[in-house]
Design a protein around this ligand. Structure first.
Ligand SMILES: [Zn+2]
Length: 166
Protein backbone atom coordinates (compact mmCIF):
# COMPACT_ATOMS: atom_id res chain seq x y z
CA UNK A 1 0.00 0.00 0.00
CA UNK A 2 1.41 3.41 -0.91
CA UNK A 3 1.61 6.21 1.60
CA UNK A 4 -1.21 8.08 -0.10
CA UNK A 5 -3.51 5.10 0.00
CA UNK A 6 -2.72 4.56 3.63
CA UNK A 7 -3.62 8.18 4.39
CA UNK A 8 -6.87 7.84 2.52
CA UNK A 9 -7.66 4.62 4.33
CA UNK A 10 -7.03 6.24 7.72
CA UNK A 11 -9.25 9.20 6.92
CA UNK A 12 -11.96 6.84 5.76
CA UNK A 13 -11.89 4.99 9.04
CA UNK A 14 -12.18 8.20 11.06
CA UNK A 15 -15.05 9.30 8.87
CA UNK A 16 -16.74 5.91 9.11
CA UNK A 17 -16.40 6.01 12.91
CA UNK A 18 -18.28 9.33 12.99
CA UNK A 19 -20.87 8.09 10.50
CA UNK A 20 -21.64 4.86 12.35
CA UNK A 21 -21.98 6.77 15.62
CA UNK A 22 -24.30 9.31 14.10
CA UNK A 23 -26.47 6.61 12.49
CA UNK A 24 -26.49 4.55 15.70
CA UNK A 25 -27.74 7.62 17.52
CA UNK A 26 -30.57 7.99 15.00
CA UNK A 27 -31.51 4.33 15.26
CA UNK A 28 -31.61 4.57 19.03
CA UNK A 29 -33.94 7.55 18.79
CA UNK A 30 -36.33 5.98 16.29
CA UNK A 31 -37.03 2.68 17.90
CA UNK A 32 -36.49 0.72 21.03
CA UNK A 33 -33.34 -0.94 19.83
CA UNK A 34 -30.55 -1.85 22.17
CA UNK A 35 -27.27 -0.09 21.67
CA UNK A 36 -25.68 -3.28 20.42
CA UNK A 37 -28.43 -3.85 17.83
CA UNK A 38 -28.35 -0.24 16.64
CA UNK A 39 -24.58 -0.33 16.26
CA UNK A 40 -24.71 -3.57 14.28
CA UNK A 41 -27.47 -2.28 12.02
CA UNK A 42 -25.62 1.00 11.37
CA UNK A 43 -22.49 -0.90 10.36
CA UNK A 44 -24.51 -3.11 8.01
CA UNK A 45 -26.17 -0.13 6.38
CA UNK A 46 -22.87 1.47 5.46
CA UNK A 47 -21.54 -1.83 4.17
CA UNK A 48 -24.55 -2.54 1.98
CA UNK A 49 -24.48 1.03 0.62
CA UNK A 50 -21.17 -0.04 -0.88
CA UNK A 51 -19.06 2.87 0.35
CA UNK A 52 -17.20 0.77 2.85
CA UNK A 53 -16.16 -2.87 3.03
CA UNK A 54 -17.52 -5.23 5.65
CA UNK A 55 -14.00 -5.50 6.98
CA UNK A 56 -13.76 -1.72 7.50
CA UNK A 57 -17.18 -1.56 9.16
CA UNK A 58 -16.37 -4.43 11.53
CA UNK A 59 -13.00 -2.96 12.44
CA UNK A 60 -14.41 0.50 13.11
CA UNK A 61 -17.38 -0.96 15.03
CA UNK A 62 -14.95 -2.77 17.29
CA UNK A 63 -13.26 0.57 18.08
CA UNK A 64 -16.63 2.12 18.86
CA UNK A 65 -17.56 -0.80 21.11
CA UNK A 66 -14.30 -0.42 22.98
CA UNK A 67 -14.94 3.30 23.46
CA UNK A 68 -18.46 2.61 24.70
CA UNK A 69 -17.08 0.01 27.12
CA UNK A 70 -14.53 2.55 28.29
CA UNK A 71 -17.26 5.15 28.81
CA UNK A 72 -19.45 2.73 30.74
CA UNK A 73 -16.52 1.58 32.91
CA UNK A 74 -15.62 5.16 33.74
CA UNK A 75 -19.21 5.95 34.58
CA UNK A 76 -19.19 3.15 37.15
CA UNK A 77 -15.89 4.23 38.64
CA UNK A 78 -16.98 7.78 39.23
CA UNK A 79 -20.02 9.28 37.65
CA UNK A 80 -18.94 12.81 38.39
CA UNK A 81 -15.74 12.58 36.39
CA UNK A 82 -17.54 11.41 33.30
CA UNK A 83 -20.41 13.83 33.77
CA UNK A 84 -17.93 16.67 33.88
CA UNK A 85 -16.11 15.33 30.87
CA UNK A 86 -19.22 15.18 28.75
CA UNK A 87 -21.19 18.00 30.37
CA UNK A 88 -23.11 20.30 28.01
CA UNK A 89 -20.88 23.23 28.90
CA UNK A 90 -18.12 21.53 26.97
CA UNK A 91 -18.35 21.45 23.23
CA UNK A 92 -20.75 18.60 22.72
CA UNK A 93 -20.64 17.54 19.12
CA UNK A 94 -20.28 14.29 17.23
CA UNK A 95 -18.78 11.51 19.26
CA UNK A 96 -18.88 13.52 22.50
CA UNK A 97 -22.60 14.06 22.21
CA UNK A 98 -23.11 10.36 21.53
CA UNK A 99 -21.16 9.20 24.56
CA UNK A 100 -22.91 11.78 26.69
CA UNK A 101 -26.28 10.40 25.60
CA UNK A 102 -25.23 6.83 26.24
CA UNK A 103 -24.63 7.68 29.87
CA UNK A 104 -28.01 9.29 30.31
CA UNK A 105 -29.73 6.41 28.54
CA UNK A 106 -31.87 3.77 30.13
CA UNK A 107 -30.49 0.56 31.53
CA UNK A 108 -32.40 -1.16 28.74
CA UNK A 109 -30.28 0.46 26.04
CA UNK A 110 -27.15 -0.41 27.92
CA UNK A 111 -28.08 -4.01 28.61
CA UNK A 112 -25.16 -6.24 27.77
CA UNK A 113 -22.67 -3.51 28.54
CA UNK A 114 -21.71 -4.72 31.98
CA UNK A 115 -18.79 -2.93 33.48
CA UNK A 116 -15.49 -4.72 33.32
CA UNK A 117 -13.48 -2.38 35.46
CA UNK A 118 -10.94 -5.03 36.32
CA UNK A 119 -10.14 -5.34 32.65
CA UNK A 120 -7.96 -2.51 31.46
CA UNK A 121 -8.85 -1.44 28.01
CA UNK A 122 -5.92 -0.74 25.77
CA UNK A 123 -5.76 1.88 23.07
CA UNK A 124 -3.22 1.27 20.37
CA UNK A 125 -1.54 3.24 17.61
CA UNK A 126 -3.50 2.96 14.38
CA UNK A 127 -6.88 2.53 16.06
CA UNK A 128 -9.62 5.15 15.82
CA UNK A 129 -11.01 6.61 19.03
CA UNK A 130 -13.23 9.42 20.30
CA UNK A 131 -11.77 12.62 21.84
CA UNK A 132 -9.89 12.26 25.11
CA UNK A 133 -6.45 12.01 26.67
CA UNK A 134 -4.16 9.09 26.00
CA UNK A 135 -1.30 8.26 28.33
CA UNK A 136 1.60 6.22 26.94
CA UNK A 137 1.96 3.05 29.00
CA UNK A 138 5.70 3.06 28.42
CA UNK A 139 6.82 6.61 29.21
CA UNK A 140 3.76 8.40 30.58
CA UNK A 141 3.59 10.99 27.82
CA UNK A 142 0.05 12.35 27.42
CA UNK A 143 -1.52 13.25 24.10
CA UNK A 144 -4.85 15.02 23.77
CA UNK A 145 -7.27 14.17 21.00
CA UNK A 146 -9.66 17.04 20.38
CA UNK A 147 -11.68 15.19 17.79
CA UNK A 148 -12.17 11.61 16.69
CA UNK A 149 -8.80 10.50 15.35
CA UNK A 150 -6.47 7.71 14.48
CA UNK A 151 -4.11 7.14 17.41
CA UNK A 152 -0.52 8.18 16.53
CA UNK A 153 2.66 6.54 17.87
CA UNK A 154 3.89 8.08 21.15
CA UNK A 155 5.62 11.36 20.16
CA UNK A 156 8.23 10.81 22.86
CA UNK A 157 9.19 7.12 22.90
CA UNK A 158 7.43 5.88 19.73
CA UNK A 159 5.67 3.06 21.55
CA UNK A 160 2.07 2.26 20.71
CA UNK A 161 0.02 1.29 23.78
CA UNK A 162 -1.99 3.82 25.78
CA UNK A 163 -4.60 4.04 28.48
CA UNK A 164 -7.31 6.63 28.09
CA UNK A 165 -8.89 9.24 30.32
CA UNK A 166 -11.07 12.25 29.72
ZN1 LIG B 1 5.86 7.00 25.22
Amino acid sequence: MTENNQDKNQQEEVSLYEKIISRTEELLGDRRKSLDEALKRAGEEFTSAGHFTREQAEKVSSFIKRDIQHTVDNAEKGRETVKQAVAPKRVVVGAHSFFSKILSNTAETLSGWATKTEQHLEFKTGEVTSPGSLTCKNCGEVIHLKSTAKIPPCPKCHQSVYRKSY
